[in-house]
Ligand binder design. Structure first.
Ligand SMILES: CC(C)(COP(=O)(O)OP(=O)(O)OC[C@H]1O[C@@H](n2cnc3c(N)ncnc32)[C@H](O)[C@@H]1OP(=O)(O)O)[C@@H](O)C(=O)NCCC(=O)NCCS
Length: 149
C-alpha cells in the first residue's frame, strides 16, 4: 500500500474516522473504556487549555494511524517532557512508514513546544512495535510498576 503519507493534527470534525482506530487500539490491549472517557479524551484534544494532543496519519487522504501525546512537568528538567501515550496503525496499513512518521511528527511537535524529551512505554513482548522503536529511540531498560487506585 505505498501512497502519499501525511501527518497532521486531527480536526474536531474527524471523530468518526478516529473512532475505529481508537477502538482498534483498545482491542489490541484487550481493553474497553466507558464511553464517557473516550468522549473526554476527544474533547481534551480540542481544548486549548488541555495539554493533550492527537495526530492523524493519512495515506492517500485516508486516516489510518493515530498518535496521542501530552506534556508534563519534570523534577529533572526546566522544560516539560512529552509523553507519547497511544500509537496505532490500522492493520492493513502497517509497514508503510506511518508509525515512524507519527513518532517523528511527535518529536517535531515536542521540540516546537520546548519539551526536552519524548518518551513512551511498551510491553516487552510487543516485537512489532519494538522493531520500530529500536530504530527511532533508545531503550534505557526501565520497567513500569503500576498500582490501580
Ligand atoms: C507499532 C505500529 C504502530 C507500527 O506501525 P507501522 O506503520 O507498521 O510502522 P512503520 O511502517 O513505520 O515501521 C517502521 C519500521 O519498523 C519496522 N517494522 C515495523 N513492523 C515490523 C515487523 N513486524 N517486523 C520487522 N520490522 C518491522 C519496519 O521495517 C520499519 O523500518 P524502516 O522505517 O527502517 O523501514 C503498528 O504495528 C501498530 O499499530 N501495532 C499495534 C498497536 C501497537 O503495538 N501500538 C504501540 C503500542 S506501544
Amino acid at each position: 500500500m505505498a501512497g502519499n503519507v501525511i501527518i497532521r493534527p486531527l480536526g474536531e470534525d474527524e471523530r468518526e474516522a478516529w473512532n475505529p482506530l481508537w477502538d482498534g487500539y483498545l482491542a489490541f490491549y484487550k481493553s474497553a473504556l466507558a464511553q464517557e472517557i473516550t468522549d473526554l479524551a476527544w474533547s481534551r484534544f480540542h481544548d486549548p487549555d488541555e495539554p493533550l494532543f492527537a495526530l492523524g496519519g493519512y495515506i492517500d487522504g485516508r486516516l489510518l494511524g493515530i498518535a496521542h501525546y501530552l506534556f508534563h512537568r519534570s523534577t529533572w528538567a526546566h522544560n516539560r517532557y512529552c509523553y507519547l501515550e497511544d500509537l496505532f496503525v490500522a492493520e492493513e496499513a502497517r509497514g508503510n512508514g506511518l508509525g515512524r512518521a507519527l513518532i517523528e511528527e511527535v518529536y517535531r511537535k515536542a521540540e516546537a513546544a520546548g519539551a526536552s524529551r519524548v518518551y513512551w512505554l511498551t510491553q516487552s513482548g510487543n516485537t512489532q512495535a519494538r522493531a520500530l522503536y529500536d530504530k527511532v529511540a533508545d531503550n534505557l531498560g526501565f520497567i513500569q510498576y503500576r498500582k490501580v487506585l
